[in-house]
Structure formats: C-alpha cells, structure tokens
Design a protein around this ligand. Structure first.
Ligand SMILES: *Cc1c(COP(=O)(O)O)cnc(C)c1O
Length: 217
C-alpha cells in the first residue's frame, strides 16, 4: 500500500500542476485498509454508498475527511450531513435543496461540487454543461451550501488518451465559472481522474483525483 501511494504521489509530481488533493477511494476496502491508508498520511477518503460509509463510520480513524463521491439519494442526505467533508456528486437541484435543508437543520455549511455529465452519456449522472449557468445561479441562493468546484467521470475508454478532450473541456468550464464570481460559488476544486485516466486528467488541470484501484491493488 505504501509503495502504491508513493507511486501515485510521484505521478502527481510528474503530471500535476501545483497543489493536487489525492482522495483515496475506499468504497471496496475494509475498515482496516482504510485506516492503514489514513495512517500513511492520506486523510481524504472517498465513499460512494451511504450504507457502507455508515457501517465503517464509528471506527474510522478520526483524522479523516470524508468525501462522498457516488450518486446520493435525497432520503439519505440526513444520514451523512454531520460527517461529510465534501460532496462531489451533486447532480440535481432537488438534491442540492435537500442538502441545503439538512445543513440548515444541523447548523452546517456544506461544501459541494457540481457533477457534470460532460460526455452526455445516457447512463451517467450529472448536469449538462448547458445547464450549469442556471444551476450555479440557483445554488448560489442556498445559504447553507458552498460550491467549491466541479466533478466529472470520464467515459471508459480502452485508451485513456481518448478522454483527454473531456478533461480539457471541464477545465475550460472551471476557468469560465471561476471568473463569474457568483455568491457562494468558489471554483477551488476540479475533481477528475481515476485509476485509468488520472495522469491525463492531471495534465489537463485536475487538482483533485479520486483513486481506488491504484492505491489498494
Ligand atoms: C470507484 C470510483 C473511483 C475510483 O475508481 P478507481 O478506478 O478504482 O480508481 C473514483 N470516482 C468515483 C465516482 C468512483 O465511484
């Protein structure tokens, strides 16, 4: 695990631009593996199922920041609202409203990313890029949410080079909205890149990668 981590960190140094946050995706991992990774210094852990997260939660090392990266059902928001550090996968306005409502209830301001279905895939969640302006201006009105950036999942290609154009498009959107200066909207994190394609995502300007397989194999 330590060697895997050193390898990914070397790749970040080689391909990344500036500060990059590594989120260790622990969705298929045991609690022990998760805590080992945290002990190695990776505090950012990503889970994609509420149920799995809740099972592990009581025994996760306290030095952790929990990222929620999977599709989030509205009726589960209340279960994670007090522990989540960043929700990457806000993919509908109804979900944003529910996160805002629950955040208000517990007295938190929740950091979120807006998920973009950049390749317009049928089977993927996320907003279409054409809707982003309207979505961001509405989320900007929700007082207990703070948009910290954008998230995407690239289509799965045999050759990850084929995903480069989508990463590039995301970086253009990220820079565009960073300059619009909406209330409550800060374009701080561009969350893109998984085991298959993170080097290319980094080259194209990702500053937050979500890695499972390459760390835990
Ligand atoms: C599982 C998952 C990852 C990590 O995938 P790997 O290919 O194992 O690195 C990243 N992001 C999301 C949203 C995931 O569900």
């Amino acid at each position: 695990m330590k060697q895997n981590l050193q390898h990914v960190q070397a790749m970040i140094d080689q391909y990344g631009h500036g500060n990059v946050t590594l989120v260790a995706v622990t969705k298929y991992q045991t609690l022990e593996a998760m805590n080992q990774m945290i002990a190695l210094g990776i505090a950012d852990v990503g889970e994609s199922r509420v149920q799995d997260l809740l099972l592990k939660l009581p025994e996760i090392s306290p030095e952790r920041r929990i990222h929620f990266i999977g599709h989030l059902q509205r009726n589960k928001v209340k279960d994670i609202i007090e522990v989540v550090h960043l929700i990457h996968s806000v993919d509908s306005l109804r979900l944003a409203k529910e996160i805002n409502r629950q955040a208000k209830r517990v007295g938190r301001v929740i950091d979120i990313l807006i998920q973009v279905n950049i390749a317009k895939e049928e089977a993927k969640y996320g907003f279409e890029e054409e809707d982003l302006e309207s979505v961001l201006s509405q989320v900007a009105q929700m007082e207990n949410l703070r948009v910290q950036g954008l998230m995407m999942m690239a289509p799965l290609f045999d050759d990850p080079e084929d995903a480069r154009c989508y990463f590039r498009k995301m970086k253009e959107l990220f820079d565009y909205y960073a300059n619009l200066n909406y209330n409550n909207v800060y374009m701080k994190y561009l969350s893109m890149g998984m085991t298959n394609d993170y080097k290319i995502a980094l080259e194209e300007g990702s500053n937050m990668i979500r890695i499972g397989t390459a760390l835990f194999r």
